[in-house]
Design a protein around this ligand. Structure first.
Ligand code: SF4
Length: 285
């Protein structure tokens, strides 16, 4: 397949080689399990059925999942095996199937979902740097979009994620997700369909966090926003002294105040969440 699944548009044949994401078209995963660390309406009481895909089309320097996103650790599986994992997680009581960083494997994931469509919601959990064509296609198979909105400032996205057009592409993709999925919850408050936008506060970047919250308020009214404070230096963050620390109380308070002032609906993580506890132990490495 000549791949242009994401905005990197490598245009290479992934049956023969790999592109920026580092992966051929064979699905590779590093772990699947019930996972309790998503938003309450996703994790619920039993946990989200998370499947962590190897490789990444964004590769942020501070990635908390660096070992699988950039070091290519993981195990190759077939679409049939992925379909059986959907079923296994469902049988374990998962609230949903949570596809973590799925963009570069959309083709295989669609094949697996055609083999077995779970009777629980399917969550598309992405860094947000997506093509509208890919979102349109995958929206036929998934119920909940859970994208990040990491930066507005192109200097930041270029420096930390090697793409100048992060906000241009991601904002369009998220607006499309909003159009495609109206929010629906069950009687227990679990999200059955819809959109939650995540934003991780980075050290020394509160001006950008505030711009992002203002953009969301203006462009995505009624959308739930998950404001995350769990940033902890990892991977190549040590090469960037300004982000080689956790966020301060002052930084946290500044962004949370704006969130409250704008009367945004959603979730705000405690600053104490900053820890490597959120980094899963990889099984297939
Ligand atoms: S999915 Fe991978 S190969 Fe395809 S365009 Fe994106 S980075 Fe390139």
């Amino acid at each position: 397949m000549i791949c242009s699944l994401c905005p990197r548009k490598c245009n290479i044949d992934r049956t023969k080689s790999s592109g920026y994401c580092g992966e051929s078209e064979d699905i590779k995963i590093a772990k699947y399990s019930l996972f309790m660390y998503e938003e309450p309406c996703i994790s619920g009481e039993k946990g989200s059925g998370a499947i962590f895909f190897s490789g990444c089309s964004l590769k942020c320097v501070f990635c908390q999942n660096y070992d699988i996103s950039s070091l290519d650790l993981g195990r190759t599986i077939t679409p049939n095996k992925l379909a059986s994992i959907f079923k296994e997680l469902e049988d374990m009581g998962a609230e949903n199937i949570n596809l973590v960083n799925p963009t570069h494997f959309v083709k295989g994931i669609i094949e697996a979902l055609r083999i077995y469509k779970p009777n629980i919601p399917v969550v598309y959990n992405t860094h947000g740097y997506e093509n509208e064509e890919t979102i349109n296609e995958i929206s036929k198979y998934v119920d909940v979009f859970l994208p990040d909105l990491k930066y507005i400032d192109e200097k930041l996205s270029l420096k930390y994620s090697k793409c100048k057009d992060y906000f241009e592409k991601t904002s369009k993709a998220i607006l499309l997700m909003r159009k495609l999925k109206e929010d629906k919850f069950d009687e227990n408050g679990m999200m059955k369909q819809g959109l939650i936008v995540r934003h991780l506060i980075l050290p020394l970047c509160t001006y950008d966090s505030i711009k992002i919250l203002e953009w969301i308020k203006d462009n995505l009214p009624q959308t739930k926003v998950s404001l995350m404070a769990q940033y902890t230096p990892y991977a190549k963050a040590s090469e960037y002294p300004e982000i080689n620390r956790k966020i301060t109380k002052r930084e946290y308070d500044k962004v949370v105040s704006k969130y409250l002032e704008l009367d945004i609906d959603g979730y705000v993580q405690d600053r104490e969440s900053s820890s490597t506890v959120y980094i899963p132990k990889w099984d297939f490495v």
